[in-house]
Design a binder for this molecule. Structure first.
Ligand SMILES: [Zn+2]
Length: 451
């Protein structure tokens, strides 16, 4: 059924035993080149015979295992909750040439689920500790660290696996893989495709998807699937609370600035127990007024800090998803209430800003202000840019219309925001170049004037 899930459960069981006798097992580790009879028997069962779920093009052979053990080069992006599971699953499944990148360091709150880390590792880089752990535990596995994102591009990975919590980083990676595609006479050269397997979890929900850049739906094609941050309507918070969260938001947003319980200008700190205690008590009073139950200290802190609890089992399920017939191409998992999972085929978006190869049209009136265009780029559900920098060619010269990331240029171009497109010298059909943190490539747009 599921190659990686099997090894996952086996490892879960093993880990429990191993934890009791950990020192002995680690010290007894048997060198990198160690192989033993039957080591890969469970993997061979999948690779050397066919079954009801095998891909129609799959030919059972002994070469597949050799490819996994010796040739296949995998990049894992992220060594956090999903990343730990991914590295362990891949290493136990016979992948040995694994590279990992993660810029984060280990926090004590990671330890409940990021099981490659121990209390003594707090403060150390995640990628280093994860790589050391797996390399020591799984003979023959050799995980290599990657330090900066652009450096791995020339390394020619066979597969890239993402276990990230950042949408921007995902989109950036997606854009990078799209930029590597080679087209000959408009036809995509399949050998330039590097498959991207992307997983994501949030509490008890998760998803896994397979992206063949240039062929199947990319991250930006389905950008609308990422929900905007939940914000409760102000009128509900102020006058018609129904949920305990509404009461906490009321205290956080309205009472705190009004009553300034810890002095003028003191910002509510979600890590300060006294602050949370104050918000908690006030929220309880508010809840009592409206007959609402369920306000707790923990919920208060969760709402104030906008915590979405990370759940280890969700990470394990999402990381373990793999099948003979490649996932086509989007799997959803939800065990908030019972268990629910299904797969569907996400479709490519004809005018996807990342993978469609055609400049998107931007419709504005000549009297629209540049600020309106900027708002559209950041607020539109299909674009969701972070800090777009706009340039255009005006009267033969390259002109920066607005750029936020460099303070001096921001200051110089800020007045443009209140100018109209016409005043800026832009014309109908004009090409606009937009750079943003969500992609490594500059995106082209075509300005279409509406009357
Ligand atoms: Zn796309």
């Amino acid at each position: 059924m599921n190659l990686l899930l099997c090894s996952l459960f086996r490892e879960k069981k093993r880990r429990r035993v191993v934890e009791l006798t950990e020192k002995m097992v680690v010290d007894g580790g048997s060198g990198r080149t160690c192989e033993w009879d039957g080591r890969w028997n469970h993997i061979k069962k999948f690779l050397e015979r066919s079954g009801p779920f095998t891909h129609p093009d799959f030919e059972p052979s002994t070469e597949s295992l050799q490819f996994m053990l010796e040739t296949c080069k995998i990049l894992v992006i992220g060594a956090g909750g999903l990343g730990c599971e991914l590295l362990k699953d891949l290493a136990l499944s016979g992948f040995r040439n694994i590279h990992v990148v993660d810029m984060d360091t280990i926090d004590v709150s990671n330890l409940n689920r990021q099981f490659l880390f121990r209390p003594t590792d707090v403060g150390r880089p995640k990628a280093n500790v994860a790589a050391d752990f797996v390399n020591n535990r799984i003979p023959g596995c050799y995980i290599i660290l990657e330090f900066i994102y652009p450096s791995f591009i020339h390394l020619e990975f066979h597969i890239i696996v993402c276990g990230l919590d950042s949408i921007v980083a995902r989109r950036w990676m997606n854009g990078m893989l799209l930029s590597l595609l080679v087209f000959e006479d408009g036809v995509l050269d399949p050998s330039s495709i590097i498959p991207l397997i992307d997983g994501g979890t949030e509490g008890f929900k998760g998803n896994a998807r397979v992206i063949l850049p240039g062929m199947t739906a990319c991250i930006d094609c389905t950008l609308e699937l990422y929900p905007p941050q939940i914000n409760f309507p102000m009128c509900t918070i102020a006058s018609m609370p129904r949920l305990p969260e509404h009461c906490i938001e009321y205290v956080r947003m309205l009472l705190w600035p009004k009553e300034t319980p810890f002095g003028d200008g003191v910002v509510l700190d979600g890590d300060d127990p006294e602050h949370i205690q104050w918000v908690y008590q006030r929220s309880l009073e508010r809840a009592a007024d409206f007959n609402i139950t369920g306000v707790t200290y923990r919920l208060t802190q969760g709402v104030v800090k906008r915590i979405i609890p990370a759940v280890a089992s969700t990470n394990a399920v999402i990381a373990g998803k793999s099948a003979y017939i490649p996932l086509n191409n989007y799997m959803v998992f939800n065990d908030v209430d019972g268990l629910y999972t299904y797969t569907f085929e996400a479709e490519r978006k004809e005018n996807c800003s990342a993978c469609s190869q055609v400049p998107l049209d931007l419709h504005f009136s000549p009297s629209s202000k540049l600020q309106e265009m900027l708002d559209h780029l950041t607020e539109s559900a299909s674009l969701q840019m972070k800090s777009p920098a706009l340039t255009a060619t005006v009267e033969g010269k390259n002109k920066t219309l607005y750029l936020q990331s460099v303070a001096s240029i921001e200051q110089r171009t800020r007045p443009n925001l209140s100018k109209t497109l016409k005043e800026l010298g832009l014309s109908d059909g004009q090409e606009l170049a937009v750079a943003d943190a969500t992609t490594p490539q500059t995106m082209l747009f075509r300005l279409c004037f509406t009357s």
